[in-house]
Design a protein around this ligand. Structure first.
Ligand SMILES: O=C(O)CCC(=O)C(=O)O
Ligand SMILES: [Fe+2]
Length: 308
């Protein structure tokens, strides 16, 4: 931290050309200097996902207090109880998020920021990959940009990504229970395919695993267009892959990214704790907002005011 009052001087080191930076000089916990929080937020908006090393001191409470300085903290998840307050355990025993997604897009108030802290890591594998959905839109052919701007996509929690996990030796009962918990309340929200970032004004593609259909299109046209746009989002040059170390915390802007947890650690245990920061309701390029088709997410979070 800087010795000059009002400045924080975090050290930001870019990891890839299109997404990702390591930030040094920040110890997560309560009561960070406002200048450090502002610099951190600027780095997050610019680099989309930011990695902090050596946060071995951090407890759930430190993680919570840090997240709370970025905005209103949500409950763990719209349908999963987690710790009952804010922490959603990302536990390999319960499922693996090895499918490209943006977090919780089946509700209207898509969380703005996710904060993920390593708790117990496998001896190998278990990396996480993030993709830049602003750059994906920006680099589309103008004809595809115009098409995307016309489309509205239905997102639902009817199918959890864990469902695609290949089971070895039969059904895992804990996982079955988790799937039932994940789906116990049904949420469906219609989002514009192109959303305008509430803080930066950048258009991005809002898609990923929870997208189920595109309004007015057949399911085969949906599948083809989904594959086309996802291919642009997940192009390797548009991603950053992180190899976790103990003490690592990753924070991503959930309004400009998708992510994928690589499930290549066999049956080893892997546990991270996630806390999310409340987001606003997406707005498309034409000013139309997302609309709720099913489910009430008011107990998950309130609707953040843009640029909170
Ligand atoms: O397991 C991971 O690395 C990421 C899991 C995930 O999708 C999340 O924390 O939102
Ligand atoms: Fe996720």
């Amino acid at each position: 931290m800087s010795k000059f009052p009002g400045t924080a001087a975090l050290e930001v080191t870019q990891v890839g050309g299109n997404i990702g930076a390591v930030v040094a000089g920040l110890r997560i916990g309560a009561d960070l200097p406002p200048a450090a929080v502002a610099e951190f937020r600027a780095a997050l908006l610019k680099h989309r996902v930011v990695f902090l090393r050596d946060q071995d001191h951090a407890t759930d409470a430190d993680q919570y207090d840090f997240a709370a300085q970025l905005g209103e903290v949500t409950t763990p998840h719209p349908t999963v109880r987690g710790d009952g307050r804010a922490v959603l355990p990302i536990d390999s025993e319960r499922g693996k998020a090895n499918s490209w997604h943006t977090d919780v897009t089946f509700v209207d108030r898509v969380p703005a920021i996710s904060v993920l802290r390593a708790v117990n890591l496998p001896p190998y594998g278990g990396t996480t990959v993030w993709a830049n959905t602003v750059n994906a839109y920006a680099t589309l052919h103008p004809g595809l940009q115009a098409l995307a701007a016309e489309l509205r996509v239905l997102h639902s929690n009817a199918f959890d990504y864990a469902i695609e996990r290949p089971t070895i030796g039969g059904v895992d009962v804990k996982e079955e229970a988790y799937r039932a918990e994940f789906r116990h309340t049904s949420f469906v929200t219609e989002h514009p395919l192109v959303r305008v970032h509430p803080e930066t004004g950048e258009p991005s593609l809002l898609l990923g695993h929870f997208a189920q259909s595109i309004r007015g299109l057949s399911s085969s046209d949906f599948k083809d267009l989904y594959a086309l746009f996802q291919r642009h989002i997940t192009k390797l040059e548009n991603t950053v892959r992180w190899t976790w170390r103990p003490g690592d915390v990753a924070i991503w802007d959930n309004r400009s990214t998708q992510h994928y947890a690589v499930a290549d650690y066999d049956d080893h245990a892997r546990l991270l704790h996630r806390i999310t920061v409340a987001g606003d309701v997406p707005v498309g390029l034409n000013g139309e907002t997302s609309t709720v088709i099913e489910g009430d997410a008011s107990t998950y979070s309130s609707v953040a005011t843009p640029a909170a």
